[in-house]
Write a new protein. Structure first.
Length: 315
């Protein structure tokens, strides 16, 4: 068996330790003689798993008791509609910051249900920065302010939490559980599970984050991985990341090569070296390394080594 380093933006890599535990529990979960997938979703065993998942999430993020936690179907995309449908009326105004592809999708959907005021749009930098709050044109009675703390495609991260009177609604799909978060500052936080948390079997992955030292430890690891990769890109004189330095994502690191024609050989050579899913999103091209919680530092080291070698032979 050969495991690769999977840099996919999601569904993303899972920790090997978690997969090994899943394998062990597949035929017989805790003496029940069946897997979790075969259990009644109303039975005691599964209800216990769901309750533990919520308790772990609350503990990891220090979620205040006044907040509800909902595990829903439909991913983050369903919430692009679900949130305006639940929190607005057709006459209500919501404020939205447009920092890239995922903000745009949230805006297009919200427009079907309420009035949308785009307070700032990062088009001037081709979505490579977060416009400072001093430039935002906010409406006086917004039902909420929506923003995308990390743009997964552009690799642009908010270096601050917005302030103001309107409740904050944030799409944390690609940063949730990657570092501590002050939940109390938000009205609604939503996120797809398939990046930093895991697909089905959530409870096991929360458990892994807890055993790994919780979110402060995740933050330290993630910061170190991102620093290493950006350092290699910036120091190369060959690879390039277009994002303003203070807005660079710890999770999704897009980079370009000097010529588009080098992208295919780069990706093919990477695959041969066991480094997969490095192609950028089809809407923007280039390369992108997604380095969520489950990506070990050794995976980033292997990528950096490969990048150096590719530059040496093709640069
Ligand atoms: C920031 C962001 N929002 C929303 C989504 C869509 O999530 P889902 O696939 O769970 O609907 C993604 C998926 O990549 C994302 O990165």
């Amino acid at each position: 068996m050969t495991r690769v380093y999977n840099f996919s933006a999601g569904p993303a890599a899972l920790p090997q330790e978690v997969l090994e535990r899943l394998r062990e529990e597949m035929l017989d979960w805790h003496g029940h003689g069946m897997s979790v997938m075969e259990m009644s979703h109303r039975g005691k065993a599964f209800v216990g798993i769901a309750q533990q998942a919520e308790a772990d999430l609350r503990e990891l993020l220090a979620v205040p008791s006044s907040y509800k936690v909902l595990f829903l179907q439909g991913g983050a995309t369903a919430q692009f509609a679900g949130i305006p449908l639940n929190l607005t009326t057709p006459d209500a105004v919501v404020d939205v910051v447009n920092t890239g592809a995922w903000s745009k999708k949230a805006i297009a959907e919200a427009k079907k249900y309420c009035k949308v005021n785009v307070v700032a749009d990062a088009a001037s930098s081709n979505y490579a920065h977060v416009p400072p709050q001093s430039e935002w044109k906010r409406s006086p009675n917004a039902a909420y302010l929506h923003y995308t703390p990390n743009e997964t495609i552009g690799g642009v991260e908010f270096p601050f939490v917005p302030d103001g009177d309107a409740p904050l609604v944030a799409d944390f799909s690609s940063t949730i559980l990657s570092r501590p978060l002050d939940v109390g500052r938000y009205g609604v936080i939503y996120a797809g599970a398939q990046k930093n948390i895991g697909p089905a079997g959530l409870v096991v992955v929360f458990d892994w984050v807890k055993r790994g030292g919780g979110l402060a430890a995740m933050a330290e690891r993630n910061r170190a991985k991102a620093a290493k990769l950006y350092g290699a890109i910036d120091g190369s004189g060959f690879y390039r990341n277009p994002v303003a330095v203070e807005c660079r994502s710890w999770m999704n690191v897009p980079f370009t090569l000097p010529h588009v024609e080098l992208e295919k050989p780069f990706a093919e050579g990477a695959k041969r070296a066991g480094l997969v899913a490095l192609e950028g999103h089809r809407s923007v091209g280039g390369m992108r390394a997604s380095i969520y919680n489950a990506m070990p530092l050794a995976g980033v080291d292997a990528l950096v080594e490969y990048m150096k070698e590719f530059q040496r032979t093709k640069g």
